[in-house]
Design a binder for this molecule. Sequence first.
Ligand SMILES: [Zn+2]
Length: 68
Amino acid sequence: MTRSSDGQPSAAIDPELLAILACPAEHHAPLELDPAGSELLCTQCDRAFPIRDGIPVLLLDEARHRAG
Ligand SMILES: [Zn+2]
């Protein structure tokens, strides 16, 4: 990690880790990091998965639905 700590507040997910993560739903779509860095957003469905202590919680029971 050579990233400078210039006040970035987020416990951002490692991009290499993010690249191998997928939605736990049956489509297993890739995920993208929320702009706020606090959730992982599915690129196919409307689920948002929380990130707790830098660990993505990829459980359908824990997912939030962005729409409605
Ligand atoms: Zn999904």
